[in-house]
Design a protein around this ligand. Structure first.
Ligand code: ADP
Length: 317
């Protein structure tokens, strides 16, 4: 832990795991022995992946959550250090972190098997956040006690809170009203609002937060800010594995908000980052660096429609 004040663009709070991903031609039948086309082992978890994304895009980030002192927790900690993610606010302990085996098929389908280990749930006062001055706080909905405390404190300090609402549970429900930005998965949006049509679901979510986005995987995203809404299709890419695309999207979007970029530009960029993340096996290898995203967007400039509405204004001045 540090005892000096520090600034970061995005403080990412929540879950860190360790993933072993295997790429397969087809998913195994019962009793079948399958040969993996490729294998990849690396850190994972929505908030940790988002923190890595922010760092690769040239921003500063810190991860707040739990990582064990040994085993997979230690490997993951070392990865975050190498990526330049600040680790001062990570709680360490003897228990290891959750472990996932991901079987990915080139079609984008995947099967995830998760072992939760004995990872502790962090108490609301587990981390002192007073020395950290983030421009944006991104919550992935895990660590519900700590996240709620942080969301309240961020609100008092005037720091925008982005909620990655992946699935409906008590933690995400309690955080919703504290979020200035809700970035929901399609599953969350449908389960929470009861609306299968994303635009109608957005209408419901808009009653809670001024800016809402629903990411729709290969369909891209829909957004609503005040009375304006729209749809942005996904960038067509050669998909290898979609693991981490949402996390990369949330990291990129939060960094853009921290930098005061226009909302529409922020969505386009996050859409590109999410798409690029799908082009490699595993969550981390596909997370692009800034130059790669800039080149990707430059090459597709002609296919991106322009707009004159207030989505071209920044969220934070
Ligand atoms: P989550 O895993 O959080 O539900 P999504 O699957 O909705 O996230 O993906 C998040 C974003 O990643 C999408 O909005 C899109 O920008 C990008 N993305 C995901 N899947 C694809 C794909 N098959 N092709 C291109 N972009 C994708």
């Amino acid at each position: 832990m540090t005892d000096a004040m520090f600034d970061v663009d995005v403080l990412c709070v929540g879950h860190a795991s360790y993933d072993v991903s295997m790429l397969l031609d087809h998913h195994p039948e019962p009793d079948e022995k399958c040969i993996a086309v490729s294998l990849l082992a690396c850190g994972g978890g929505p908030a940790a992946n988002a923190a890595v994304t922010v760092a690769r895009l040239g921003g500063t980030s810190a991860f707040m959550g739990y990582l064990g002192l040994a085993g997979y927790g230690r490997s993951h900690f070392e990865e975050l250090m190498k990526e330049g993610v600040r680790t001062d606010l990570i709680v360490r302990g003897d228990a290891d972190i959750p472990f996932s085996v991901i079987l990915a098929k080139k079609s984008g389908d995947r099967t995830v098997v998760n072992h939760r280990s004995r990872t502790p749930v962090l108490a609301r006062d587990a981390v002192d956040f007073s020395l950290c001055r983030p421009r944006v706080v991104l919550l992935d909905g895990h660590e519900p006690e700590l996240s709620l405390e942080l969301a309240i404190e961020a609100g008092e300090r005037g720091i925008p809170v982005v909620l990655d609402a992946g699935s409906v549970h008590e933690g995400t429900r309690r955080l919703l009203s504290k979020a200035g930005v809700i970035a929901a998965s399609a599953r969350f949006a449908e389960d929470f609002t009861g609306e299968s049509d994303p635009m109608r679901a957005l209408g419901n979510l808009a009653a809670i937060s001024p800016l809402c986005v629903i990411t729709l995987g290969r369909e891209g995203l829909v957004y609503r800010r005040g009375n304006e809404s729209g749809r942005i299709p996904a960038f067509p890419v050669d998909v290898v594995d979609t693991t981490g695309a949402g996390d990369a999207f949330h990291g990129a979007f939060s960094l853009s908000i921290a930098r005061g970029e226009p909302v529409r530009r922020a969505l386009l960029k996050a859409n590109a980052v999410g798409a690029l993340c799908c082009t490699k096996l595993g969550a981390r290898p596909g997370i692009p660096h800034r130059e790669e995203v800039e080149r990707f967007l430059r090459e597709r400039r002609d296919s991106i429609p322009s707009s004159e509405d207030s989505m071209d204004d920044p969220l934070t001045e």
